[in-house]
Design a binder for this molecule. Structure first.
Ligand code: FE
Ligand code: CA
Length: 511
């Protein structure tokens, strides 16, 4: 059942009453700025600013089918006394009245505030930060998050994230879920699984109506990549998990990709063309770090050894699925794979933050002696993983940090060329974040993982939250932050554990 407008507004008011500080951040009742504001993809000269006009967000947006002018301005101060850039842009009906403003001409390494005006209304102000030029002594603090099934919990983690001292946020996928699943829901999608563009727009609008999520977008610039649930669980490239007709599935993928673009602070170069969208990109952060933001869904080979009559994932005994070892299997597609390898080689010295969807470390899930692997993640593409990690080893890249999501479990792992050989050297470090809300694996499954995978230094599937990474030239410290209770919208948060990686020495040590 869909929330009526009155119910939606009541829910918004209740949320505001719980957190008076957020009240100012919410748009007035008839404003088109119901989905908040966002920024993303910072560089030393600017970033991208985003909003979408949607006075009736859960019902197609509620805008007339015509272009609407949107004014934007960027200031050096929160009160907008010193405005340094402004302009106008048309919000077009064919793009859901979203705008993506690629701002340039700003100064490096400083905070800016931005806001929009349209239809006589003014948006809340957002805050963003440009990336630094190459300057010694720089630091970088960012949070990464993933997997925010709306029905399984509240976004209290984002309320806490918005109050952190961060330079940016990285989202690693499952920003929306197309499906209802899991136990003990605290709130409901209220609509069936999306298939059309209108369906996906309404699903994004529901998620983005959350005040805590809006607050985290308004506080920092974001980088983002998707995983499967932005389209459909376990889809791979042009294949649906239910082996739907290929053309019909690509039409659905086109709708889902367009809705993703319309709701994220993506630069205009990412605008999709039909069922194709450029998402992977590189983002330098001064001389300190480089983000490689990867797309492990659009170009991946179909999963091997599926259940009869299905596409998608399966858990298979390694012995019974030799197809897994096929060299031709790729998670990124060969052009992206080459591009990643080249980018890792090109900038020695910097931290490499490899931002991608799913757990890279081998994760033998077999409860007995035999190895069993889940085919949707890297364990379904072991030769592609080996190519990447061998490249890192051979090029002597000593400071690659992989960040990942998808598995709803926090994990810290040593990455090796050969996970089955205990003497194989540690060549990179992985921090897998847990989910914002999505339910994780049972304690028993996690115990099996820890018992059978010595390169997993830490794993916990019971926590909901995010990870903060703090880097300087010498070290990278990762802190896992978890909610007391994801079912409580006012939940507190606490530090679970911190791990450090020394620059030039792969592998994390517990602090
Ligand atoms: Fe997920
Ligand atoms: Ca996923």
């Amino acid at each position: 059942m869909a929330l009526t407008r009155r119910e939606f507004l009541t829910a918004a008011c209740t949320a505001a009453a719980l957190w008076p500080k957020l009240l100012r951040a919410r748009a007035p009742a008839d404003s088109p700025f119901t989905l908040g504001v966002a920024s993303g993809y910072p560089h030393p000269r600017g970033c991208t600013l985003w909003t979408r006009l949607a006075p009736l967000p859960l019902h197609g947006g509620g805008m007339p089918p015509e272009p609407v002018e949107v004014q934007w301005e960027v200031a050096r101060d929160e009160a907008f006394r010193s405005i340094v850039a402004r302009g106008e842009s048309a919000a077009l009906p064919q793009w859901g009245h979203s705008v993506h403003i690629d701002v340039s001409g700003l100064d490096a390494d400083r905070w800016y505030w931005y806001r929009f005006t349209a239809l006589g209304a003014r948006s809340a102000a957002g805050r963003t930060r440009t990336a630094p030029h190459e300057r010694p002594g720089a630091e970088l603090r960012f949070a990464f998050a993933s997997c925010q099934q709306y029905e399984q919990g509240y976004y209290a983690a984002y309320r806490h994230m918005a109050r952190e001292a961060l330079d940016l946020v990285v989202h690693l996928g499952d920003y929306i879920y197309e499906s209802s699943w899991g136990r003990s829901h605290v709130r409901a999608h209220g609509t069936p699984e999306p298939v059309t563009l209108d369906d996906y727009r309404n699903r994004y609008a529901l998620y983005k109506s959350d005040a805590d999520l809006q607050a985290a977008h308004a506080a920092f610039p974001w980088l983002c990549t998707w995983d499967d649930h932005e389209v459909q669980n376990d889809y791979a490239n042009d294949r649906s998990q239910f082996l739907d007709d290929r053309e019909a599935f690509l039409a659905r993928r086109a709708a889902a990709y367009q809705a993703y673009y319309e709701h994220m602070p993506l630069p205009q170069w990412a605008r999709p063309r039909g069922a194709d969208m450029q998402l992977y990109t590189r983002l330098p952060y001064g001389a300190l770090a480089q983000f490689h933001v990867l797309d492990g869904r659009q170009h991946k080979s179909h999963q091997v050894c599926p259940r009869p009559g299905y596409g998608g994932s399966n858990q298979v005994a390694a012995m019974l699925c030799p197809e897994r070892m096929d060299e031709a299997l790729t998670l990124f597609g060969l052009p992206q794979e080459r591009w990643l390898h080249d980018g890792l080689s090109a900038t020695p010295g910097r931290w490499h933050i490899v931002a991608q969807q799913t757990l890279m470390a081998q994760a033998d899930r077999g409860p007995g002696e035999a190895q069993e692997f889940w085919t949707d993640g890297w364990d379904g593409y072991p030769r592609a993983r080996e190519r990447l990690l061998r490249h890192i080893a051979e090029q002597r890249i000593r400071n690659a940090v992989v960040i990942s999501g998808d598995v709803h479990m926090a994990a810290v792992a040593d990455l090796k060329v050969d996970f089955n050989d205990p003497r194989s050297a540690v060549v990179a470090t992985e921090f897998c974040g847990t989910s914002i809300t999505s339910q994780g694996p049972s304690r028993k499954r996690v115990e099996t993982l820890l018992a059978k995978n010595a390169h997993l230094k830490y794993a916990d599937g019971a926590l909901r939250g995010y990870t903060v990474l703090h880097l300087n030239e010498r070290r990278c410290v990762a802190t896992l932050r978890a909610l007391n209770n994801v079912r409580d919208p006012a939940s507190g948060i606490y530090d679970v554990a911190s791990y450090v990686v020394e620059n030039g020495r792969p592998g994390a040590q517990r602090l």
